[in-house]
Design a protein around this ligand. Sequence first.
Ligand SMILES: C[S@@+](CC[C@H](N)C(=O)[O-])C[C@H]1O[C@@H](n2cnc3c(N)ncnc32)[C@H](O)[C@@H]1O
Length: 278
Amino acid sequence: MVAAARAIETYRDDALAQDRFAEHFVRAARASARWPLRPGEVPGGDTNPLWGRLGRYFGLRTRVLDDFTLRSARAGARQVVLLGAGLDARAFRLDWPPGCAVFEIDRAEVLAFKRKVLDGLRATPRAARIPVAADLSTEWSGALTGAGFDPAAPTTWLAEGLLLYLPHAAERRLVDTVDRLSTAGSALAYEVKLAAPPPGARNHPVYSSTERQTGVDLLALFDRDPRPDSAATLAARAWSTAVRTPFDYTRRYGRGPLPEPDDALATNRWIFAARTTS
Ligand SMILES: C[S@@+](CC[C@H](N)C(=O)[O-])C[C@H]1O[C@@H](n2cnc3c(N)ncnc32)[C@H](O)[C@@H]1O
């Protein structure tokens, strides 16, 4: 779904992000082979709750995290870890500074699908790319260090669209692990929902529209446990943190979703953390 949103975003006249790999992932999977890939193919255009407003959200998120990742790598954190990398094609599309290594952690089946599609395109990464098959809800640091990750080197960590789906205990463990493996100069960005969607937001058209257009029940995917305050945990451990809403960036970039009644995005937060001391 995120890949389809990125494909559509790529071809918007006012695109915030470009991902020319995204459409190939969507076409390659049977379940999504007939989903729209261009703005002109979206029924209702920007009024479509899924491919319009939520799609714009994914486009904005992609751009903000592209900027974060490149800024952090250029500042010296050239070891990059994509947590729940999925179909993220940043290793192939960003203008990395020399000497970057991009570790992509996800489930083995997801990485195998991604590899098949990218091999078919003869895609060449623009940094060293190291896929790491691991379950992020259990112990995963051994798989990462076994793949060549160096805890003594500053790292750019990214968890885009991951923690919303993990149980709170897994989020706590993940934050502990990132903290333990991060030296001074490391940076982390991640997305959370502060709480399960409020009762009004459960009736938001994005959920019924998504189910109708794709068969996916988004609400069923979100973990419903009370969420841990990971930003506070990091702040207590010598990270500086900034908690932003997506709407902050809509205003900054002039495109993207704005708040609306019973908003399904109301509790979404993007957190940026930086470690200045070891
Ligand atoms: C919504 S996708 C986001 C993918 C990518 N970060 C992006 O924004 O394009 C969530 C990804 O997290 C991965 N994921 C979810 N739970 C996981 C787990 N326990 N271990 C490893 N990967 C997991 C999924 O396989 C999926 O690729």
